[in-house]
Design a protein around this ligand. Structure first.
Ligand SMILES: [Zn+2]
Length: 501
């Protein structure tokens, strides 16, 4: 993500916003606090019933009902997001959008594997009216509380068990302050709608395991009024006219984090192309901007060629840009098709446009293909996307990496890139300040090892969620040296050195 002008304001307003919003989950707000009880069933595993469980089989009693505390994954910044006891394999999402009422009707079918013994599991869900939940086709008990949808399994399951749950719901989602104080969620725009999910907005329009450690494939069946289009990640597999309007089905086969979902409605047109290496490019823009798409697809193809030289083959099935009627200053690396405001990407092809386009494309390697396993590892996204942005600006003749790095290092405020607070997550030291750390690593291990490291990081981890510790281990392996002192000095120190190695 990149919010050029908004970042500083957002960071400054953060603490007040967090305190004012009861829905905010920050490390500070939750650490050490009492954990609310779930319900009586958590300490007394339910007896297997004759429901839809596994009739005729003996289900062993779970040794652990819910992992750890009853809240979330224990993420370093947002401990209550997500649920560690499940691994969602695939989401099949049906959403009908009613722009006149600014409302949605939805059904999410999730194919889930238990990662521990469970009698219940939790999805993240905020502000949605849940009408029914089924597991393997049979209705089950559920309750909503504190941003969670607690679903009781018809019978206890052991680790490794797979089941399918369907949540039917409706709502009037409207973007609201996120955990970092900036609005996210579902935005009603002049021409339709768009979503911005990072870090915790998906749960406001779709019950899900809303944490980057659990990536899944997706199918979206999006219903809109006649004459409208709907766009999501991935491949357009069908477009049908129905009595109630139109239905657009998109399939995203690659593992994708919930914060990287693209979902647009409006008068969109599609333009397709491909890079010289054969990467399919599918871009969308509102009708009034559609004549720009061919030129952006041409620039995108050149950018893919450039980055592939350094980061390795483009790691996903396709790419493209989505120009939407969002507020300006926002760009988001939605997987396989980055989202930009038509205010920012409007045919100028200037420094700002090259910066935004380079940044979000670089994210497809750093963040989308390989995703942080914890929001505290956000530098693995933003510092590397910013470094890619600098590399593209140099290629485009708009500034050198050395100058960008020098300026960034000189402008760093105090704060460690590797251990951000909630307020610092989208702050300077995750972006330019962190890209200076990346540059210092390049200077320390040399160009050959540095770019080998980047290519192996993507090539060996594509489709997964990884940690800073994973990155450091690979860096040391590739460089053939102990880099403890380097990372302590540059990544984890509040005040890194003032000049590069
Ligand atoms: Zn970014």
């Amino acid at each position: 993500m990149l919010r050029r002008s908004a970042a500083v304001l957002a960071a400054a307003a953060l603490l007040a916003a967090c305190a004012a919003d009861p829905g905010v989950r920050s490390g500070t707000a939750n650490s050490g606090g009492p954990t609310a009880p779930v319900d009586g069933t958590t300490t007394s595993p339910a007896t297997p019933t004759t429901g839809s469980g596994q009739p005729g089989t003996t289900v062993p009693p779970p040794t652990t009902v819910v992992p750890g505390a009853h809240d979330g994954t224990g993420d370093r910044l947002f401990p209550q997001l997500g649920f560690t006891g499940i691994d969602v394999q695939h989401y099949d999402v049906t959403i009908d959008y009613h722009p006149d009422q600014q409302s949605i009707d939805g059904a999410v079918v999730a194919d889930i594997t238990a990662t521990t013994a469970l009698t219940e599991f939790w999805l993240d869900s905020v502000g949605l009216d849940i009408s029914q939940v089924t597991v393997d086709g049979a209705p089950v008990a559920f309750q909503t509380q504190r941003g969670e949808l607690v679903i009781t399994l018809p019978a206890p399951v052991s680790a490794g068990t797979s089941f399918t749950t369907e949540v039917t719901y409706s709502g009037r989602p409207n973007a609201a302050a996120s955990a970092v104080g900036i609005p996210n969620g579902w935005f009603h725009s002049p021409g339709g709608s768009y979503v911005l999910n990072e870090p915790d907005g998906a749960r406001t329009w779709m019950p899900c395991n809303d944490h980057p450690s659990d990536k899944a494939s997706f199918t979206f069946h999006l219903g809109v009024p006649a004459g409208m289009a709907a766009v999501a990640n991935g491949e357009l597999v069908s477009h049908d006219t129905e009595a109630a309007g139109e239905r657009w089905t998109w399939d995203q086969a690659e593992p994708t984090a919930t914060y990287l979902i693209l979902l647009l409605t409006g008068q969109y047109e599609i333009a397709e192309s491909q890079s010289s290496s054969g990467v399919p490019i599918l871009s969308v823009a509102l009708t009034q901007d559609a004549d720009l798409l061919a030129r952006y697809n041409e620039l995108t193809a050149r950018q893919i060629d450039f980055f592939e030289q350094y980061f390795g083959p483009y790691p996903l099935a396709r790419y493209g840009v989505a120009l939407t009627d969002s507020f300006g200053g926002l760009a988001m690396e939605t997987q396989g098709r980055s989202m930009f405001s038509s205010e920012d990407i409007g045919g100028r092809f200037d420094y700002g446009e090259n910066l935004l386009l380079g940044h979000e494309l670089a994210h497809q390697w750093f963040g989308d293909a390989v995703t942080p396993a914890d929001w505290g590892d956000i530098w693995l996204n933003e510092s590397f996307a910013t470094y890619g942005e600098w590399m593209w600006l140099e290629e485009a003749g708009l500034g050198t990496v050395d100058d960008s790095a020098r300026n960034a290092l000189a402008n760093r405020p105090p704060g460690a890139t590797g251990t951000p607070s909630v307020g610092e997550m989208f702050g300077y030291n995750s972006y330019d300040g962190g890209a200076a750390v990346v540059h210092a690593l390049r200077r320390t291990i040399g160009d050959d090892a540095f770019f080998t490291l980047l290519r192996r990081w993507i090539g060996e981890n594509n489709g997964t969620s990884r940690t800073t510790a994973d990155f450091i281990a690979l860096a040391q392996q590739v460089a053939g040296q102990d880099l403890t002192a380097f990372f302590d000095t540059w990544l984890f120190a509040t005040r890194p050195p003032s000049s590069f190695p």
